[in-house]
Design a protein around this ligand. Sequence first.
Ligand code: SF4
Ligand code: SF4
Length: 145
Amino acid sequence: MIKLAKNFVVGTWSLIKGLAVTIKYFFRPTVTLQYPTEKQPMSECYRGLVGLRPEKCIVCYQCVKICPTACLAITHKQEDKKKTLETFKYNMELCCFCGLCQQVCPTSAIIMTNIYEISVYDRKKLDINLLDMKKYDEWTNTTIK
Ligand code: SF4
Ligand code: SF4
């Protein structure tokens, strides 16, 4: 009988302690987000997918040379002394998001975007044409409504 009473007191006290913690946090401001419908804005220095401002590119190949994983590839055409971009491929599968291409670019043509939801079902989508203006539409509109 004494043991039963003791168990009852200990159990009730434990329940009260648990509820006290629940009530304490229930009235505090929410710190979590309902991902993926709500998303945390990324900081400005976040290194997501590589992006390109083609109009700024002077086709110097610095980004291609510095890339440690060889995931950038450029072709260009030359008219007189002017070089024009023909293709600018980015194999995202190989990218380690080191940001070296952005650091070395003399005109800030290549940038690290803040896109981080980069899962795909089709592997071919990892081979990205950086000259395609709609290249990241799929990844920038991934919010599930
Ligand atoms: S972030 Fe690094 S690995 Fe990715 S393309 Fe730029 S240099 Fe290459
Ligand atoms: S380093 Fe910059 S300017 Fe040079 S080829 Fe790459 S993106 Fe273009």
